[in-house]
Design a protein around this ligand. Sequence first.
Ligand SMILES: [Zn+2]
Length: 458
Amino acid sequence: VTDHDLVIRGGRVIGADGETTADIAVDGERISAVATGLRGRREIDAAGLYVIPGAVDGHVHMRTDRPVDVYDDTFESGSVAAAFGGVTTFVDQAQVEPGTPLMEGFASRRREAEGNCLIDYGIHLNPREPSLERVAEIPAVMAEGCPTVKLFMSYETYRLPDDIIYRAMQQVAAAGGMAVVHAENGAIVAELSRELDQLGRTEPSWFPHISPPVMEGEAAHRALALARLAGCPLLIFHLTTVESLTELRRARDAGQPAFGEVLLHHLLLGDELYDDPDLAPQFMGTPPLRSREHRDALWAAVSDGSLDVISTDHGPRRRVADETGALRHQAGTSGVEVRLALMHSEGVLKGRIDRSRWVEVCCTGPARLHGLQRKGRLAPGHDADIVLFDPRAERTLSADVLHSAIDHSTYEGTSVRGWPVVTISRGEVLVAGGELRAQPGRGRFVRRSYAAGPLPFS
Ligand SMILES: [Zn+2]
């Protein structure tokens, strides 16, 4: 009997396809065995703990160099927060400014992450210039390990017209990738904003009116139609309404390779927060928080598989002092450190999803959907990205116990039951005993692909 480098002994090993009590052996950076009676030169006792694949957050925004739309978690602070939250891989975005060649924008985003990240990371390509010249540059960037291309239908200087989206989707499909779309009707969102301004309706309580559910449904329908026309697999980011879920289900029922993401805050927080002028500014991005009817539909879709992944869109900002010196929230939410725990408390413990579905939507599903071939599963040959989760640990969420470089938590004061207590990435312990055990900068850019295995959508 040869000893393994590391054995995690006697935990409850939970996968997307079921659970069992077993040991996990790690040699080098990979998992080498899942069995009983394994021995290692180092051992971690996991009795009484859940042992799950490192979580994957497919939608985060770390700080970038540009002058506007900047977030306050850097690749360093954000990846440390992620690791404390049981996340071992996240996927950020290269939002390439109009006028900049896509390869240059992609390379510069890679340089911002390189040497700063604690965990492994991928990068979505986000072309923002509505030109066929840029569209033609997409395949070369995809060949750099970036099979996912984010396309905005909303926001000035981000949004692309339908003809460009269609042409971009053709390129993505031909190169074996997946389009990722922010599906809102940008012209109507902008017009409804102007309308509210003209009517003097500037209080936060009016904010959700700029993105009515019927128009999110329209945009989802259009994104799906364009993807179908282009023959391109599609992931719709942050679905929030009954109407867009109906469109997604209809496309899937017709056999279209289409997928849906929901964000943590759209599941957990309701539009009544817009009546709180102190808290509301955090949620003044679109799509907005929704009513109970829509949130119940989102939970049902997470449970029945209509929605594939839960992400955070992590992009928090520190509060800033106003002219009176009072600290005011800015738009942007934090979530990367608390998603696993909140989905356990609010999903598993409240009976909305079972433990396997929890692992699927937080770990295995995002890895598969984003082409992270060796992530998201506890199986021999996969990267040894492993989280030990204590289902009895209790925390009250606040900036004091969390690790983001911000002065508050989006879920401030929320109590959770269950918390990640050990986070391992490629066989290296990142977090244990509430302490950081590894150095930021060790995280690697992961070349993602759908080529080595069956397409998630084939
Ligand atoms: Zn985002």
